[in-house]
Unconditional design. Structure first.
Length: 350
């Protein structure tokens, strides 16, 4: 089975081909491939980089309009090169249906529909946040992990129960990456700010900032205001970056630990672009180690927005017969993970 995946929820347009000789394995509990990183042809365009400020939806959509045809064409050429000549070059087209920026999602949806219709193959509408979780589950071989999604626009804990991925805890305001990006914009750094916070924190001394966890939820806006105030008051920016990392990531680790404890699960996977941060991974690994849980963080290219995770989940959905009719394939900028009926896991799992 060979699936084309198309991703473009915000700023990174990419296309990937997921291929497996053993589609039945996709229906197994874990469905782990022997070498999961090797069975992707992975094509990624340069991400959109705003000249100043944050992501502008119109400019981002313009970038998608230019980049998506190019990455899709390249991915299909790779698929064609691996094709034996019978039937269509791919067996299905998976696309990010949401959540994300509406103007970007619409371009991705249009591209996916047109390729699927041209090749006469099924369309697979993938929830981007569930794909972040599933790529970690697939690559780790974990059975039923809790997932911490720490991305630009989101921050939440997901756990599987009764046929759906339930949101166990989430941000009450901004996404975690967007919060870091807002601070770095304030100090005059270009987007994306997260990697710059990580670099600057290496030379910083911890500064105390507000720590806001309420039950299973967290809030970042007060911390960002306090961080901006510190910068305006002349506190060295590397010190604030060190304080930001320790505070924000400790909040994420606390709620992740509580999610493991409440669900009785001993497997944690990480998803989302902020997961590329070594300090966050270190804190989560330490927390898991202390409670005897296993921790898995995918390779950075599968943490940030990427079409590989879309194609891989699309393959599982196709194996489960979970296809999407073109006339019902509108995108959904607010597509929540718990809206997705998880068709591709064993029926006996709770
Ligand atoms: P979503 O997946 O919720 O739609 P998105 O498309 O904005 O969000 P991702 O590609 O998952 O996001 O992540 C991008 C975010 O990751 C940006 O906010 C960026 O600053 C942050 N980020 C990237 N690298 C690092 C790092 N090393 N440390 C901290 N944050 C990082």
């Amino acid at each position: 089975m060979r699936i084309l995946g198309i991703e473009g929820t915000a700023w990174a347009a990419s296309a990937a081909v997921f291929e497996t000789d053993d589609p039945d394995a996709l229906r197994s509990e874990t469905g782990r491939a022997p070498d999961p990183a090797a069975d992707h042809v992975f094509i990624e365009s340069d991400p959109y980089q705003p000249d100043s400020g944050g992501i502008h939806p119109r400019e981002s959509a313009e970038h998608m309009g230019n980049a998506i045809p190019e990455v899709v064409e390249t991915a299909l050429a790779h698929a064609a090169a691996r094709h034996d000549g019978d039937g269509p070059v791919v067996d299905g087209v998976a696309f990010s249906r949401g959540p994300g920026l509406g103007p970007c999602l619409r371009i991705v949806g249009t591209a996916a529909r047109s390729v699927a219709q041209t090749l006469d193959v099924p369309l697979l509408g993938v929830n981007h946040m569930v794909a972040h979780l599933e790529i970690g589950r697939y690559q780790s071989g974990f059975d039923s992990p809790v997932c911490l999604n720490a991305s630009g626009a989101n921050a939440h804990l997901l756990g599987y129960h009764n046929g759906r991925y339930r949101v166990l805890g989430e941000t009450m305001d901004t996404g975690v990456g967007n919060a870091l990006d807002k601070f770095t914009r304030h100090v005059g750094w270009t987007h994306p700010g997260g990697p710059k916070v990580e670099k600057a924190a290496e030379d910083g001394d911890y500064v105390e900032l507000p720590y806001v966890v309420k039950g299973m939820d967290f809030s970042f806006s007060g911390i960002m205001s306090a961080a901006k105030d510190e910068a305006d008051a002349g506190t060295p920016v590397p010190d604030i970056c060190a304080g930001l990392q320790e505070t924000v990531f400790a909040m994420l680790a606390e709620v992740a630990e509580r999610a493991l404890s409440l669900t009785g699960t001993d497997e944690l996977v990480l998803g989302g672009g902020v997961g590329q941060n070594a300090r966050l991974r270190e804190m989560l690994a330490e927390m898991c180690d202390q409670r005897g849980a296993e921790f898995y963080a995918p390779d950075p290219r599968f943490l940030r927005d990427n079409a590989g995770m879309i194609a891989a989940l699309g393959a599982r959905m196709l194996a489960a017969g979970d296809t999407l009719a073109v006339e019902e394939s509108t995108v959904d900028p607010n597509f929540r993970p718990d809206q997705v009926a998880v068709t591709w896991r064993g029926a006996d799992e709770s």
